[in-house]
Design a protein around this ligand. Structure first.
Ligand code: AMP
Length: 186
């Protein structure tokens, strides 16, 4: 099964993806994690992406599509992927459909975690204090939220039209959100 966890930054996508990996043997494909690893390793890709990422901007479509493509077959062979933070643009969504089709696969479900902006800001302020992620600072976070509203939220009709979209209240405790996701996936 292939699942997209959809939602704004700090909605809890990564937390829920990790739980699903443990529970269902799926593979988490997080472009944000892949880019942070590239930066930590000091690779050319990391150097190329570091400034844009810390300011909260989106990395170019061809770069993130290539990151997913490199991991897709292995994830499909393992039983399916949980896409976390990808796709973020229509070009990425279309590329994902094409890459999956080549493997004879498709997206089976898109679960949107709905969290209001006030709670997102509270969560990210806490995470910034605890983890110090550069792009969690208030200025970068505002850019990330704007990018979500401008480029990513418009994907919702793309998946709703395909009958794939389930919306879930992401404001509750981690376990309560997890239970809602399980209900949606059956
Ligand atoms: P995330 O951990 O998913 O919040 O991603 C952190 C940052 O990595 C984003 O703010 C972007 O700068 C970059 N990034 C991650 N995934 C993507 C993507 N699919 N498209 C463009 N940029 C991305």
């Amino acid at each position: 099964m292939n699942l997209i966890l959809f939602g704004p930054p700090a909605a809890g996508k990564g937390t829920q993806a990790k739980r699903l990996v443990d529970g269902r043997g799926m593979v988490q494909l997080s472009t944000g994690d892949m880019l942070r690893e590239a930066i930590a390793s000091g690779s050319d890709l990391g150097k190329q992406c570091q400034a844009i990422m810390s300011e909260g901007g989106l990395i170019a479509d061809d770069i993130v599509i290539a990151l997913i493509e490199a991991r897709l077959k292995e994830a499909e062979d393992a039983g399916g992927a949980i896409f976390d933070g990808f796709p973020r643009t229509l070009a990425q969504a279309q590329a994902l459909d094409a890459m999956l089709a080549k493997l004879g696969k498709k997206i089976d479900a898109v679960v949107r975690l709905k969290v209001d902006d006030t709670q997102l800001l509270e969560r990210v302020a806490r995470r910034f204090a605890e983890q110090g992620r550069p792009d969690d600072n208030p200025d970068s976070f505002k850019v990330r939220l704007d990018a979500y509203n401008r480029n990513t939220a418009p994907l919702l009709p793309y998946y709703a039209d395909k009958g794939l979209l389930t919306e879930i209240d992401g404001m509750g405790a981690i376990d309560a959100v997890a239970a809602e996701i399980d209900k949606a996936l059956g």
